[in-house]
Design a protein around this ligand. Structure first.
Ligand code: UD1
Length: 423
């Protein structure tokens, strides 16, 4: 098992290039199944979740080539295995997208209930409700979702919560349904728009992605395409928070500033300086930390609100601010597993239900800590980079799931971080 050893207290300085968006990649790769021809996807992050998904598609019979430059070619035409087993999906929650994609393309799917990060009870009832509304018969037996439809028919679907996963999954299946589907209270996250753009490039007709009503006109066939996915909003936000936590000065390249408005606004409220620039070919963002930061209050919300995926790294930063901060986690009911680990480093945090109260301390100190999920891992890295002394972060396989070349990027910014492989 590998772990990170981090000697904290060094400001991050320099430039970092943000990778392609993990959550877009995890939907766009299965979406390629819907095409009757090969697709080429560019700007993919080379992360463990992408490797796992690549392996799943290969086991299904697809030909998949993944190149080091983040380019993938998927030929789905030879898929002949429509059963996705627990062993295949247990590491990856986003495997649920195979349900919509397989149902749309083949009219049937058998998918073991997905794994992924433990951040609360994560049901897929909205996904199933959506597939049923499209005319599929769906049953769960022995932990496997079986879905079947002679013909999918467009439908009006209202989501009780603006679920990212359900919105995308319904879009995938509805692309091949007969007639029009309308999703109301749809999720508006940037990767929902990215998946819709990819599907439209394949010949789909999706309108309204990025608003809370999405209209999809089903098509009999979709064709192959070539598509570059958007930069990762959450990876960018993590580097922004790390820059501020270490009182550093970092320029982020390959970003879309509007996707980062909620995080920029909160960091500025804390006292950080953020400047947006455009070098003529692309946008960049310069993030500078100040002296001791002010406390701020955060409520996680669906996009364009503050993203739940940055709640944990942001809490690491707020442990060192001046005054009391309050964080309300509105999206997932159990996303405070990182709190005991931050307390080991000297933080003062009290959790009551969905609210965490953080009493800022002067500094954190290095300690032995464990990541409990992907973004908890990111939070511990932020804390360790800013802390006095040496921190050992274990369970870094969680971090490998979602951050591309994390330690290399941090080292290039001046961090003293080492990955140590244990027997
Ligand atoms: C996606 C992201 C994840 C992010 C989350 C919220 C991917 C691969 N993952 O996760 O990084 O933290 O969006 O932005 O894109 N819910 C139900 N029933 C359902 C579906 C969801 O009750 O069928 C609830 C969830 O438990 C949660 C809320 O709805 O409380 C939002 O979940 P959702 O947006 O679906 O998150 P994910 O797609 O799992």
């Amino acid at each position: 098992m590998a772990y990170y050893k981090i000697n904290g207290g060094r400001p991050l300085e320099g430039q970092v290039t943000i990778s392609g968006a993990k959550n877009a990649a995890l939907a766009i790769i299965p979406a390629a199944i819907l095409a009757g021809q090969p697709c080429v996807i560019e700007n993919l992050p080379i992360i463990e979740d992408v490797h796992v998904l690549t392996e799943i598609l290969r086991l299904m019979g697809a030909e998949v080539e993944l190149y080091e430059n983040g380019c993938m070619r998927i030929d789905p035409t030879k898929i002949d295995n429509y059963e996705v087993t627990f062993e295949m999906v247990s590491k990856l929650r986003a495997s649920y997208y195979l349900l919509g994609a397989m149902l749309g393309r083949y009219g049937h799917a058998a998918l073991a209930l997905p794994g992924g990060c433990s951040i609360g009870n994560r049901p897929i009832d909205f996904h199933i409700k959506g597939m049923r509304a499209l005319g599929a018969e769906v049953e769960i037996r022995n932990g496997i979702v079986y879905a079947y439809a002679d013909e999918l028919r467009g439908a009006e679907i209202y989501l009780d919560m603006a679920s990212v996963g359900a919105t995308i999954n319904i879009m995938l299946a509805a692309c091949r349904a007969e007639g029009q589907t309308v999703i109301t209270n749809a999720a508006k996250e940037p990767h929902v728009v990215d998946v819709a753009n990819f599907l439209n490039m394949m010949g789909a007709s999706i309108k309204g992605a990025g608003t809370d009503v999405i209209r999809i006109k089903g098509r009999k066939e979709l064709h192959g395409t070539s598509y570059a996915i958007i930069p990762d909003q959450i990876e960018a936000g993590t580097f922004m928070i790390a820059a501020v936590a270490t009182k550093g000065n970092v320029v982020l390249n390959n970003i879309i500033p509007t996707h980062l408005e909620a995080i920029s606004a909160k960091l500025m409220e804390c006292g950080a300086h953020i400047a947006e620039g455009d070098d003529g070919t692309e946008f960049f963002l310069q993030v500078q930390g100040g002296d001791r930061l002010r406390a701020v209050n955060i409520k996680t919300l669906p996009y364009p609100g503050f993203p739940t995926d940055l709640q944990q790294p942001m809490m690491a930063l707020l442990t060192m601010s001046k005054g009391n901060s309050y964080i309300v986690e509105n999206i997932f009911e159990d996303r405070f597993n990182h709190v005991p680990e931050l307390i080991r480093m000297g933080a003062s945090i009290n959790v009551n239900g969905r609210t965490a109260t953080i009493e800022g301390v002067e500094k954190l100190y290095g300690a032995n800590v464990r990541a409990t999920d992907l973004r908890a891992g990111a939070a511990l890295i932020v804390a360790a980079l800013a802390a006095e002394g040496t921190t050992i972060v274990r369970n870094i396989h969680f971090i490998d799931r979602g951050y591309e070349r994390f330690e290399q990027k941090l080292r290039a910014l001046g961090a003293d971080i080492e990955r140590i492989e244990e027997d």
